[in-house]
Design a protein around this ligand. Structure first.
Ligand code: FSO
Ligand code: SF4
Length: 563
């Protein structure tokens, strides 16, 4: 096992004997094998893409093959590559999504089956496959013996660093693309980029410069993917509205829903209506409370608890069942594991998994029945927290914001987006928020917000000092807001705005968000609480020289340099 893809990696270097996250050696190795075989599948996908334009008959043949195998769940006739599978498989390897060896063995087998089937369709059409990489011919049983499956097989540490940075960005991209896809939004260019970039990580002829270019391109596609997800979410559930979200509890039994999948949220709310069971959000599902389509349900009571890493104590106290729609799942304690349900890519041995039915719906009746037998949640706190300041809401008060800046009432915006984590030193973010001057406004998205979203920081002329745009993918909203502010102030360069970036990262979606910001030319980002272990000193130098990125230091020092 060698894994260093997240911020909590052991000793800030790598997990080599079981993951800090709870991932086993076996699962870590299976994830590496899955990524390797996906690279081979990507090479075959690319081959099909290169060949189809000269071979219209092949396109029809591939579409029919996909339809026959029902591989393209929401397939439109022009789809001839199963990009949905690629996204799901990449997403499954994101930190804290899936801990089940059985699930990874199944994904590996599926990747192999899909790859072989696509190859035989291409061959039947006379397409030569001799130039494909080894990853496109390996069998699942051989994966354990192939050196190049291991991250460490790439000896040059800068090339290794850039390859992994790219793969982690792609994992984040796949997760967001998956959420958009389940709502019927997809983009062939994004899918083609994922394949192209995966194949590039197998290409020994690519230089540090080539790979750096691809990493930045990954950021550009990240912006595109987050925009697509924003469109999918808002077109389906409306634009988030400024909302005071209740953090107390009611007297009914409840279901707690966590993760990022709004479609699961939608189905759960519909199925629980009129049952006497309330619904509460946890972690990254908090922003769902601000969507008009969800706000209309009275039994959506509010948010329970804090960010992902607090789930061990909070799930225990919730008393009712919990539905994990995505990461971050923490290996559950015995006292409540019988109440935790997983769905989609989330998996953990022994936890009940809710599968999607053929018509794309999910049946949550077992969870609802369990809730009916449960005690109401134990109250953790009371009051309300403001949320729902995604781009539509924020821009509806843009004039007010611009006036406040011009009048000197707002001196600076601090983007504090990203993730939370369990380590003690993340209290830095609470302290930083507390010590900001009264005329500074925090723009946030992602679970990083839990380090300060319950502080009473007040408002500036009616504008809350914490503007919460939503989930980590809603960092896109922060980009839109910054771009509109630049227009309002007639600035050509986004870096001339009174906006500073103090970003907390944890897993690979945050890697994509970071690359997205870099691709837009955002400079002077402060990143913490640790720099990624997978960024080599030379790659870090490139990031410093081009973007002046730096690690956070002390609250006092960072306040001084960011204000
Ligand atoms: Fe957090 Fe976990 Fe949203 Fe991540 S709950 S850490 S970046 O999965 O995805 O912000
Ligand atoms: Fe370690 Fe993070 Fe990898 Fe888990 S995901 S094994 S904590 S580096």
């Amino acid at each position: 096992m060698f894994c260093y893809q997240c911020e909590e990696t052991a000793k800030g270097e790598a997990c080599t004997k079981g993951g800090v996250c709870g991932k086993s050696n076996e699962v870590a190795d299976l994830q590496d094998q899955l990524i390797y075989i996906l690279k081979g599948l990507a090479a075959v996908n690319q081959k099909a893409r290169d060949t189809v334009p000269e071979n219209p008959g092949l396109k029809t043949r591939l579409i029919n093959a996909l339809k026959r195998n029902q591989q393209a769940k929401e397939g439109e006739p022009e789809d001839y590559i199963d990009s949905g599978f690629m996204e799901e498989a990449l997403f499954s390897t994101v930190t804290n999504v899936n801990f089940s060896a059985t699930d990874f063995k199944n994904w590996i087998q599926d990747a192999y089956d899909k790859r072989e089937q696509l190859k035989s369709e291409l061959q039947a059409h006379g397409v030569g496959l001799n130039d494909l990489p080894q990853a496109a011919s390996v069998k699942p049983a051989e994966l354990g013996d192939i050196d190049s499956v291991s991250i460490l097989a790439t000896e040059n540490e800068d090339i290794r660093s850039l390859r992994e940075l790219l793969v982690y960005g792609l994992k984040g991209m796949a997760a967001y693309a998956y959420h958009a896809r389940v709502l019927g939004h997809k983009d062939k260019d994004i899918a083609a980029f994922v394949d192209r970039a995966l194949v590039a990580t197998l290409d020994d002829s690519l230089s540090v410069d080539d790979l750096t270019g691809l990493v930045l391109e990954c950021g550009s596609f990240g912006v595109k993917t987050m925009a697509m997800l924003d469109e999918a979410n808002t077109a389906t559930y409306g634009h988030p509205e400024p909302t005071e979200i209740n953090i107390g509890t009611g007297n009914n039994p409840g279901i707690l829903i966590s993760g990022h999948d709004l479609k699961d949220m939608d189905q759960l709310l519909k199925q629980t209506e009129g049952t006497g069971v309330d619904v509460y959000t946890h972690g990254e599902m908090l922003p769902a409370n601000a969507y008009p389509e969800f706000k209309k349900y009275e039994h959506l009571v509010g948010n329970y608890g804090g960010s992902w890493w607090q789930q061990k104590t909070e799930f225990e106290k919730f008393n009712g069942p919990v539905l994990m729609t995505t990461n971050c799942l923490v290996p559950p304690g015995d006292s409540y594991s019988n109440r935790v349900f997983t769905t989609a890519m989330v998996g953990f041995k022994g936890l009940k998994h809710i599968e999607e039915k053929e018509d794309g719906t999910k049946d949550f009746s077992e969870i609802i029945e369990m809730a009916k037998q449960s005690r109401p949640p134990e109250q953790l706190e009371n009051g309300a927290i403001p949320a729902g300041f995604a781009h539509n809401a924020a821009l509806s008060v843009a004039d007010k914001i611009v006036d406040a800046v011009k009048a000197g009432q707002i001196s600076r915006f601090i983007v504090m987006a990203g993730c939370d984590g369990r380590q003690h030193d993340r209290e830095y973010y609470t302290e930083f928020a507390k010590q900001l001057p009264q005329d500074a406004v925090i723009l946030t998205a992602g679970c990083a917000k839990y380090r300060y979203n319950k502080l009473d920081l007040g408002d500036i002329g009616g504008i809350p000092r914490i503007l919460d745009a939503g989930q980590c993918n809603d960092s896109y909203s922060l980009v839109v807001i910054a771009q509109k502010l630049a227009e309002a102030f007639e600035l050509d360069d986004i870096n001339d705005l009174p906006v500073s970036y103090n970003i907390a990262w944890y897993e690979q979606k945050a890697v994509l968000v970071l690359l997205a910001l870099l691709s837009l030319g955002v400079k002077n980002i402060v990143l913490g609480p640790r720099l990624p272990a997978f960024v080599s000193p030379n790659v870090l130098n490139v990031l410093v020289e081009n973007f002046n990125i730096s690690k956070n230091t002390t609250v006092e020092n960072d306040l001084e340099r960011l204000l």
